[in-house]
Design a protein around this ligand. Structure first.
Ligand code: F6P
Length: 319
């Protein structure tokens, strides 16, 4: 392994910079040249890259976003784009690639593998929708950002005696809503994995009122419905003023949490180690006991299961 390329793809996530830094520093420590590909797979198609040195990654471990830039490249997934990318990989002299991103990025890794390029994939997405790993880089930072907003909204919700619906990101995955619901003490979470019952939501709100609660917080995952529509229906049924807030892109930015920095660093090092050991088509992940790697295709074939325990716990603890 003489030259390794590293890229970040899809929605950016806090912790990606820690992983880039680790790939660059650990690679150079082992006398490997590292190139940083700009803007994900788009950069591979366009042949846009930088030779990285120790200083290229100075002062980035604490920064959100990705210093390499990111994109969702439709061109790469088309035959013409892929062959351009393969030509550039050959021209730059890349022997292996570290790809940091979510579901779509991992599918990109597989395309490259099928074309003969060794890859190691690192999970970086706030959505936490990759089933094979317990957590992905950025998830815990996004969760903290969501909780900061929940607490602020709770203050004003209490003052005005309202119900507040807070919409969070996650695409088709309810993890951000689910975990924020438990950690933020929400009355209810509405997530795509489980059909919600409007009667039950309103009953929960009214039950809280009866026992003197001044506010109600409902966390809605973006994949589970329209915030405006749901809040209007809640107000109509309960007669309680109901407001909604869509947290949006604040969730994707900000300084990475300690956990995301630590995981990013460890995963970046593991990716370089795997390539040096002639391993390929591997996905790096994390369990409660530490990081691991597994076959990329097997990782992608695992279906995300719904975390019923956390869902039930949120309901029980908010009675
Ligand atoms: O995958 C991360 C994510 O922030 C999702 O939660 C959201 O649905 C999506 O990206 C938004 O993507 P984009 O910024 O490309 O519109």
């Amino acid at each position: 392994m003489r030259k390794i390329g590293v890229l970040t793809s899809g929605g950016d996530a806090p912790g990606m910079n820690a992983a880039i830094r680790a790939v660059v520093r650990y690679g150079i420590y082992n006398n490997i040249n590292i190139v940083g590909i700009h803007n994900g797979f788009k950069g591979l198609v366009e042949g846009s890259y930088t030779d990285m040195n120790l200083s290229s990654v100075a002062d980035i471990i604490h920064r959100g976003g990705t210093v390499l830039g990111s994109a969702r490249s439709k061109e790469f997934m088309a035959e013409k784009g892929l062959s351009k990318a393969l030509r550039n990989i050959k021209y730059i002299g890349i022997d292996g690639l570290v790809i940091i991103g979510g579901n779509g990025s991992f599918r990109g890794s597989l395309e490259l593998e099928n074309a003969g390029v060794p890859t190691i994939s690192i999970p970086g997405t706030i959505d936490n929708d990759l089933a094979y790993t317990k957590y992905s880089l950025g998830f815990f930072t996004a969760l903290t950002t969501v909780l900061e907003s929940v607490e602020k909204i709770r203050d004003t919700s209490s003052s005005h005696g309202r119900t507040d619906l807070i919409q969070v990101m996650g695409r088709d995955c309810g993890d951000i809503a689910l975990y924020a619901g438990l950690a933020g003490g929400a009355e209810m979470v509405i997530i795509p994995e489980i059909e919600y019952n409007m009667e039950e939501v309103c009953h929960k709100i009214m039950q809280g009122r009866t026992r003197g609660k001044k506010h109600s917080i409902i966390i809605l995952a973006e994949g589970a419905g329209e915030a405006k529509d749901i809040s209007e229906r809640i107000e109509e049924k309960t007669g309680i003023t109901t407001r909604y807030s869509i947290l949006g892109y604040t969730q994707r930015g900000g300084a990475p949490s300690a956990y995301d920095r630590l995981m990013g660093s460890q995963m970046g090092v593991m990716a370089v180690k795997l390539l040096c050991a002639s391993q390929r088509k591997r996905a790096v992940g994390v369990t409660d006991t530490g990081i691991f790697d597994m076959d990329l295709e097997e990782a992608l074939a695992i279906e995300k299961t719904f975390d019923k325990t956390t869902y039930e716990l949120t309901k029980i603890l908010s009675i």
